[in-house]
Design a protein around this ligand. Structure first.
Ligand SMILES: [Zn+2]
Length: 477
């Protein structure tokens, strides 16, 4: 076990239930744990990291990701969102992409995503996916703290005319999926000093039967693992649930006893009481009253012109807010920034969705969602998941308030060093033993195989250039 001392000009340290700004701080880690936080330290250590002039913060907890596929959103889904589906890409773009991806593409995406996460500050991620074994293998290779949930559902949505969302059901497949997810947790939970954890991820509120959600709820309680579900993520889904049950998606989840402090809903954007649903009710209050957490992935909505109404109001009502990246780019730096900016625009107020608010969501909020009081904070007894940021760089200078500089100005290049469980998993932007250029080549090749096949999964057989035209027409010459 290495005993390590880090001296930093600015430390975002935890004290009396919240983050504090510690100047000229010393943090000492012993193995995987933080053992000292203060202004000095006289004990012996094996190694010292000199971060004088730099900023030391807790690592980010990214509560919503699909690492095996999200890189392939790039160059494809942006700027595309038809009014027929209320701007959502769920019904035309995701099915086409999923059908056109091959197994090697998912593996390439997983490896690439690990590098992308480390370069942008994620130290803990929740992977909601279908390639759990490879996700574990890559997380162990990169040293990431990864919660892995194997997705399952009783049905899938589709459109066969570009107008209507329909559902195809296979309830037994859902039950088998849950069985497989439980076996996965049994096999992998707790590996690598507890850095690999399992959770349950029934896919979407509109594609899971009540029986499957009730069984998932019971299993999560008996295993003590987190439970996630996509809910209130599109107007079509909201209206479908109202049609089926006479209740909003969140009301229905409350009725069947699904909600609770171990539940993380992605994305809870289209809610009663908000303008996207235009439906009377108080879904946000229900989330707060049941202690349910929200994984807010601002970018996947903001890039289509959709925003939560609002980050500040959910927080004010008492909802535990956490942040996720969901799509590409899988950058928590961007997630923090866009959450703050979109939150202000929606409320037409400057002093809401502050740097402190979004930083808290990305650290303590995520830890709370996972039921972990040893993550998202720099405090004795917490896991040594740490980020060292440049303090004297082009983007971080002038530096008075490190959190505001990280939220509003930092670039990925400002994140120099990352520790997870006390292990240096990135030093001076280099991930030891990883050839990033090879990861990039593999993802480019995967996309190169996918693009020509996109028409196969599209209801109208449209090719990539029809589904997603290039920004500019080709130069003729
Ligand atoms: Zn998602």
């Amino acid at each position: 076990m290495v005993r390590r001392r880090i001296d930093a000009a600015h430390v975002i340290a935890y004290q009396d239930g919240g983050h504090r700004h510690l100047r000229e701080g010393v943090v000492v880690t012993d193995g995987d744990t933080i053992v000292h936080v203060g202004t000095g330290f006289s004990g012996d250590v094996d190694e010292t990291i000199d971060a004088s002039g730099n900023v030391l913060t807790p690592g980010f907890v990214n509560t919503h990701a699909h690492l095996y596929e999200s890189p392939l959103d790039k160059s494809f889904v942006e700027d595309m969102g038809r009014r027929q589906f209320y701007l959502s890409g769920l019904f035309e773009y995701l099915p086409a992409r999923s059908a056109a991806m091959d197994e090697a593409a998912a593996h390439a995406c997983l490896a690439y995503s690990m590098a992308e996460l480390l370069r942008t500050g994620t130290t803990t991620a929740l992977e909601i996916g279908s390639h759990g074994e490879e996700a574990v293998r890559q997380a162990e290779r990169f040293g990431l703290r990864l919660y892995v949930g194997q997705g399952y559902r009783s049905g899938r949505w589709f459109t066969d005319d570009g107008r209507r969302v329909a559902y195809a059901w296979d309830e037994e497949a859902g039950e088998r999926g849950l069985d497989a997810a439980l076996r996965f947790i049994e096999a992998y939970d707790g590996r690598r000093n507890g850095r690999i954890k399992g959770f349950l991820a029934p896919s979407q509120v509109d594609t899971c039967t009540e029986a499957l959600l009730r069984r998932s709820r019971e299993a999560a309680t008996s295993l003590g693992v987190p439970l996630t579900l996509h809910a209130s993520q599109s107007v079509n889904e909201f209206q479908e649930m109202v049609r089926r049950h006479g209740q909003t998606p969140i009301e229905w989840l409350g009725t069947i006893g699904f909600l609770g402090p171990d539940v993380i809903l992605g994305h809870a954007i289209v809610v009663a009481g908000g303008s996207w649903a235009n439906f009377h009710g108080d879904d946000v209050g229900l989330l707060a009253d049941t202690g349910t957490s929200v994984a807010h992935a601002v970018w996947v909505f903001a890039r289509r012109g959709i925003a939560m109404e609002s980050f500040g109001r959910y927080r004010e009502r008492g909802v535990n807010m956490s942040l996720g990246t969901d799509t590409s780019p899988q950058s928590m730096i961007e997630a923090l920034r866009w959450t703050a900016v979109a939150g202000k625009i929606v409320d037409r107020r400057t002093e809401v969705a502050t740097a402190a608010d979004v930083f808290e969501a990305a650290t303590l909020g995520g830890a709370r969602a996972l039921g972990r009081d040893d993550l998202g904070r720099i405090a004795p007894g917490a896991k040594a998941d740490l980020l060292i940021w440049e303090g004297e760089s082009l983007f971080m200078t002038p530096l008075r308030d490190p959190v505001r500089n990280i939220v509003y100005s930092a670039q990925a290049e400002d994140l120099a060093t990352v520790l997870i469980d006390g292990e240096v998993v990135m030093r001076d932007r280099v991930i030891p033993g990883v050839d990033v250029a090879a990861l990039v080549r593999d993802v480019q090749a995967a996309a190169g195989r996918m693009w020509p096949r996109l028409g196969e999964g599209d209801w109208a057989g449209r090719g990539v250039d029809e589904l997603s035209p290039q920004s500019f027409p080709p130069f003729v010459g």
